[in-house]
Ligand binder design. Structure first.
Ligand code: OGA
Ligand code: NI
Length: 352
C-alpha cells in the first residue's frame, strides 16, 4: 500500500516524547512479541584499535583481518584510538543536547515529513504516517560537502554549525579510512571505492530519545539495518541493541568511553555479495534520562548505484543482490513502513 506524504497535515512540537507525557499513548505501544527485555544480555562486540592501521604493514594487516572478521560475524564493531579528540566528540554531543532543548518554534522551522529533504526535523520515523510511533526526535541533515550544506543547518544553538561541522568533517575522514580498510579486507584493495566514496554522501542523523515513562512497551527506533555503506555512531549513553543472528536474541551494546560504533550497512552487504551482513539494530529507552546519538551515514552519491563487486562473484557465489542508489532507498522509505518489518535489503536480494 502506498502512503501519501502529507507535510501539510504534519505538525511537530506536539508529540508525546517532546511534551514529556507521563504515559505512553496507544500509538507508541509495540506488540507484546516485539517488546524489549529490560535486562538485556550484553553483546560481545569486537573493539578495534584503529591507530594500529598506520603502524606498519604487519599491524595494518592484523587490524584489517580483525575488521573483516567483525564485519562478517556481526556487521558491527567499536573503534578506539580513532584520532578524533574528545573535545570534538563532547562539543558535538553538547550542541545536540542544546538543540533539542530549544523552544519548539525554533525546531519547527525544520520540520518535514518528506524524507527527501536535505535538512529535516521530525519525530518518530514519518510522523503521523507510520502506524506505530517511536519515542524519538530527530534532526537529520546532509553534511558533505560541508560548505554546500552548512548554511542550511540550524543557526541555534549558536555553536551548532561549528561544533557539528568539525565533528562531521572528522567522521567523514574516518569513514573513508574505514572503507579503504574494508575493501582491503575483502581482497579488493584499499582504493577500490575511493573515487566513488570521494563523491559520496554523508548524512548526519542527530537522534534524541527523551526519558520514557514506559520503556518496556515502546521503542526509540524499530529493528532496521541502515541503507549505508557504513554508519559511525557516537552515543551519550547506552541504548543500542543489535540482533545476534546466531541465536536470534537482542543484545545490548556495552558502554565504552570515547569509542565509536561502526555499523555495516546494506550497501556494504551488496558490495561484498553477502560476505558482510548489514547489522539489524534498534534503540531502546529508559525512564531516567535523555539519550543522544549522532549517526553519521556514509554512502555513494545520490544516484550512484552500488553493485556487487564482480571479483566476489563466481559459480559457487552467484550474484546475490540487485544494484541500487541512495535515492532508491529514499523512494523505498517514503513508500514503506519500517515498523511493519519492511526492509530495503530484502528488496535487493536475488533468489538464486
Ligand atoms: C539510526 C540508528 C541508533 C541509535 O539513526 O539509524 O540506528 O543508537 N540509531 O540511536
Ligand atoms: Ni540505524
Amino acid at each position: 500500500m502506498e502512503k501519501e506524504e502529507s507535510s501539510s497535515s504534519f505538525s511537530t512540537g506536539k508529540s508525546a516524547q517532546e511534551g514529556a507525557l507521563p504515559y505512553v499513548p496507544d500509538c507508541y505501544v509495540i506488540p507484546s512479541s516485539h517488546r524489549p527485555d529490560m535486562a538485556p544480555e550484553a553483546a560481545y562486540v569486537p573493539i578495534i584499535d584503529f591507530g594500529r592501521l598506520n603502524e606498519g604493514r604487519e599491524q595494518r594487516s592484523m587490524v584489517i583481518k580483525e575488521i573483516g572478521n567483525a564485519c562478517s560475524r556481526l556487521g558491527f564493531f567499536q573503534i578506539v584510538n580513532h584520532g578524533i579528540c574528545q573535545s570534538i566528540l563532547d562539543g558535538a554531543l553538547s550542541t545536540a543536547f542544546d538543540f533539542f532543548k530549544l523552544p519548539s518554534e525554533e525546531k519547527m522551522k525544520f520540520m518535514s515529513g518528506d524524507v527527501h529533504r536535505p535538512v529535516r526535523y521530525s519525530t518518530s520515523l514519518k510522523d503521523g504516517i507510520d502506524e506505530i510511533q517511536f519515542w524519538r526526535v530527530i534532526l537529520k541533515h546532509y553534511a558533505h560537502p560541508l560548505d554546500h550544506w552548512i548554511d542550511f543547518w540550524p543557526k541555534n544553538p549558536p555553536n551548532y554549525r561549528e561544533n557539528m561541522g568539525k565533528y562531521c568533517t572528522e567522521e567523514r575522514k574516518l569513514a573513508l579510512e574505514l572503507m579503504s580498510a574494508i575493501t582491503e579486507s575483502l581482497g579488493l584493495g584499499p582504493k577500490y571505492l575511493v573515487n566513488k566514496m570521494d563523491e559520496g554522501m554523508q548524512v548526519m542523523a542527530v537522534n534524541c530519545y527523551p526519558p520514557c515513562p514506559q520503556p518496556d512497551i515502546s521503542l526509540g527506533l524499530p529493528p532496521h539495518s541502515d541503507y549505508t555503506c557504513l554508519t559511525i555512531v557516537l552515543q551519550s549513553s547506552p541504548g543500542l541493541e543489535i540482533l545476534d543472528t546466531e541465536d536470534g536474541s537482542w543484545k545490548m551494546v556495552p558502554k565504552m568511553q570515547s569509542a565509536l560504533q561502526v555499523h555495516v550497512g546494506d550497501h556494504l552487504e551488496v558490495l561484498s555479495n553477502g560476505r558482510y551482513k548489514s547489522v539489524v539494530h534498534r534503540a531502546i529507552l529508559n525512564r531516567g534520562s535523555t539519550r543522544i546519538s549522532l549517526a553519521s551515514l556514509h554512502s555513494l552519491g545520490m544516484d550512484e548505484k552500488m553493485e556487487t563487486a564482480k571479483e566476489l562473484v563466481d559459480e559457487k557465489n552467484p550474484k546475490g543482490y540487485k544494484e541500487s542508489s541512495f535515492r532508491d532507498f529514499l523512494n523505498f522509505l517514503s513508500k514503506n513502513d519500517l515498523a511493519e518489518g519492511k526492509s530495503f535489503i530484502d528488496t535487493l536480494k536475488i533468489k538464486n
